[in-house]
Design a protein around this ligand. Structure first.
Ligand code: HEM
Ligand SMILES: [Cu+2]
Length: 549
């Protein structure tokens, strides 16, 4: 009998090779500053807008502390004016407008349609540089000297009364405006050209639809704002009569031009948020989005109707009663597509298997607060009521319910939803749920009293007030303190997760979108093989709702 010898090959254990991702494919500061990767540019936007958010928040924290007492003894009236202007300019132009399109949208849009990148990667990088240049310039102008016109820059404040840095601030805002236009252009071309095979228009995730609608507004409305601001600059510098009656101009013209941009711009600020919520709710209710086509079309109709209602900001500015009536009726109409969306989200929740993960908590917060904001918009669109509450805290409460309660909530939902994709890490569920709760409670406490005090006649933009309003102001300031804790917390646990968070895996939420079918963090080109789309979005009701990659 022969014996067989077996040869054992001993292989030394190899450390598992770390897969190449967009984060480790190249290193060093320059590799970021010169990157053309939409994911890195998205992250860079995220950092820039976060810095701006906290600067804008700090300014208003001081202003709110000042309102603790009726005599407003903390800061001078003049400083107060500059603080709320700083807050408004930064929050609107340097946070709310860019945060979802340029940061989150930049990161996920190409992946959601199965593309390797945006259509014009270099333009995308230029867009970040313009934004950051505009932001630094504006900060320099507003902190070193300041501006006291409010974020609306109304003439004749901005043309005559203000002695501060009006011209430099406006130039900063215009520079940032170019950043938005380039992003808009990039998104429109990308959605038309770079969809993966099988990704038809009606298979696009709703977030892509809303980014597309937002991009159209960027392209059509931002130039009007840039023009209006530059005209103020021309009048101030060259004394050409455009808005000043003494020089043959018309101050109301500015309001028309400003709101022709800024009403559509409020939809720039909310549409992408609606898109996020339309992704998050089906995923965490494990149900198909109810009425997909309605939600998609209502995004486009919001963008279109948004251009027809600007003069509802001018009911008391001396426009004729007849045009006020027309603008009032049109404003009621613009609420219809928003209401359609709220109805569809609610119907999606109905009989779903809801899980209350953090993104879902934020998304539900959005629906509740946005609805309050939208309904109070209808009060304001009613001529008789607006005569009474125009320029009071009622208006402040209305738009904060929409822009902070709505948009910032939606942004938080999106950030928590895609964070595992962006970083490959999970954050603490406990802390993040707690922060969602704190933000919700803090928000209500801050802004609900402002409806009451505004309805009772407290005007906006005053640094002191009559004593009977104090109790509401104290409540509001207390709420703002809670709110600020809610906003600082995510900064801590999200940063913590970068080092200590559990690895997320490609699809921690078992979601259906294409972006979840690639590793987290994704490789530089997003997909190793171009995906082929064979299903509609949101097929959560199917056993295996995956596309073939
Ligand atoms: C549901 C539809 C909406 C209607 C009917 C509506 C109506 C109005 C009206 C009539 C005003 C002017 C009030 C006044 O100045 O006396 C107003 C102010 C405002 N709204 Fe809305 N709104 C709606 C939705 C939104 C959305 C979606 C946003 C933002 C994302 C928004 C943001 C604002 C802002 C920023 C102001 C105040 C601007 C200022 O004077 O500083 N609104 N709204
Ligand atoms: Cu408006």
């Amino acid at each position: 009998m022969s014996t067989t010898t077996t040869r054992r090959i001993v292989v030394a254990p190899q450390p598992p090779r770390r897969p190449e991702t967009y984060l480790n494919v190249s290193r060093g500061l320059l590799s970021w500053l010169l990157t053309k990767d939409h994911k890195r540019i998205g992250l860079m936007f995220l950092v820039s807008v976060t810095v701006m958010f906290f600067i804008g928040g700090f300014a208003i924290a001081i202003a709110r502390l000042n309102l603790l007492t009726p005599e407003g003894g903390l800061v001078e009236a003049d400083t107060y004016n500059r603080l709320f202007t700083l807050h408004g300019v930064i929050m609107v132009f340097f946070f709310l407008v860019p945060v979802v399109p340029s940061a989150l949208g930049n990161f996920v849009l190409p992946m959601m349609i199965g593309a390797k990148d945006l259509a014009f990667p270099r333009l995308n990088l230029l867009s970040w540089y313009l934004f950051t240049l505009g932001a630094m310039w504006t900060l320099y102008a507003m902190i070193g000297g300041g501006l006291d016109t409010g974020w609306t820059f109304y003439t004749p404040y901005s043309t005559q009364s203000s002695h501060y840095n009006v011209v430099p601030t406006m130039i900063g805002v215009v520079i940032a405006g170019f950043s938005s236009m380039l992003t808009g252009l990039n998104f429109v071309v990308t959605v038309h050209w770079l969809r993966a095979p099988g990704m038809t228009w009606f298979r696009l995730p709703i977030f892509v639809w809303t980014l597309y609608a937002t991009s159209l507004i960027f392209l059509l409305a931002v130039p009007v704002l840039a023009m209006a601001l530059l005209l103020v600059v021309v009048e101030r510098v060259a004394q050409v009569g455009i808005f000043d009656p003494a020089l043959g101009g018309d101050p109301l013209l500015f309001q028309h031009l400003f709101w022709f941009y800024s009403h559509p711009a409020v939809y720039i600020m909310i549409l992408p948020g609606m898109g996020i919520v339309s992704e998050v709710i089906p995923c965490f209710a494990r149900k198909r989005l109810f009425g997909y086509t309605f939600v998609a079309y209502s995004s486009l109709s919001i963008a279109a109707f948004g251009f027809l209602v600007w003069a509802h900001h001018m009911f008391v500015a001396g426009i004729s009663l007849y045009s006020a009536l027309v603008f009032s009726s049109l404003s009621f109409l613009v609420a219809v597509p928003s209401a359609i969306k709220v109805f569809n989200w609610t119907a999606t929740l109905y009989r779903g298997s809801i899980v209350f993960e953090t993104p879902m908590l934020f998304a539900l917060g959005f629906v509740a607060l946005f609805t309050v904001g939208g309904l109070t918009g209808l009060f304001l669109a009613t001529l008789g009521i607006d005569m009474h509450v125009h320029d009071t805290y009622f208006v402040i409460a209305h738009f904060h319910f929409i822009m902070v309660g709505g948009m910032v909530m939606a942004y938080m939902a999106g950030l928590h939803y895609w964070w595992p994709k962006m970083t490959g890490r999970m954050y603490s569920q406990w802390w993040s749920r707690l922060s969602a709760l704190i933000i919700f409670v803090g928000f209500f406490l801050t802004f609900l009293p402002q409806f009451v005090v505004g309805y009772n006649g407290m005007p906006r933009r005053y640094h002191r007030y009559v004593p009977e309003f104090q109790v509401w102001n104290v409540l509001s300031t207390a709420g703002a303190s809670i709110l600020s804790v809610g906003y600082v917390l995510p900064l801590c646990y999200l940063l913590w997760s970068l080092w200590y968070g559990r690895r997320a895996g490609p699809n921690p939420w078992h979601a259906t979108g294409l972006e979840w079918q690639t590793p987290s963090p994704p490789p530089q080109d997003n997909f190793d093989v171009t995906p082929v789309v064979v299903r509609d979005p949101y097929e959560y009701h199917l056993e295996k709702a995956q596309n073939e990659v």
